[in-house]
Design a protein around this ligand. Sequence first.
Ligand code: NAP
Length: 276
Amino acid sequence: MKKWYAVIGDPIEQSKSPIMHDKWFVENEIDATYIPLHVRSCNLGDTVENLRNLGCSGWNVTIPHKSAIIPYLDALEPSATIMNAVNTVRVKEDGTLIGANTDGEGFVNALTEVFNDIEFKAKKILVIGAGGAARGIVYALRNAGNESITVANRTKHKAQRLVETVDNATAISLHEAQSNLTKYEVIIQTTDVGMMHGQAGMPIELDQLVAGTIVCDIIYNPLETEFLKEAKRKGALTMSGVDMFVHQGALSFFKWTSISPNTVTMKKTIRSLLGG
Ligand code: NAP
């Protein structure tokens, strides 16, 4: 019987996940489809029960349900517990719903694919932002063996809370990050600032940025944020959020099918959908 998968969120029409997963199903000759479902917060619990009862084989979760879905699931993988957020649900054969989060590992896989000739373990890394995505990225970087991680956040105590559970990580304010940019070899922008239809501008100024620094922004719409454009102007090597988006999706796909799909061609597809 044809399997079906879904993504739930509010809003949902902007999601590129249906196009991505449907293309991977075709490429891998899997008889399945993937549908976007517009789910309001007040309907989240009923939706989870309906997805379970109607035989959905797995689904993605996006804003604003990533944390709110947790009480409706049966168990969490460590990635979801650490991030207190779920972006992937897999359904075991006995119907048990398992929540996972592929964002952090997806970011690290993207970084490794784009900069495949660079060894990151000893690099001095600055993460800007201390929200759910930053938390996953910091843990995944640490799991990948990165030794020097600094987290800068507008609300400094949230950065402090994040680093309390990570060995040798440091918390600073955005101002401190901006004044000490030359210290870092890799800068990862994880705040909402610069998103299409969201807050304009940049979370910090890049006046002190050194040419050759690796600068990543996890926002993928627009394809290039002001932050990334400015970093490029100053001679940085850049990576946009599309790479992470495709890799977090590839990890979801693997959880559902045990197949690692082609990420290289998919990045081109998503970039062209976003006007790149
Ligand atoms: P979140 O948990 O709400 O965290 C938001 C972060 O942004 C917080 O650190 C917040 O700082 C900071 N922030 C918000 N407005 C700011 C401002 N004006 N100046 C400075 N900092 C500001 O969100 P999230 O889930 O981590 O997601 C963050 C971004 O990542 C979103 O744009 C999302 O679309 C993107 N994302 C991309 C992917 C991908 O696959 N490429 C995956 C996941 C998320 P405070 O603590 O001070 O409020």
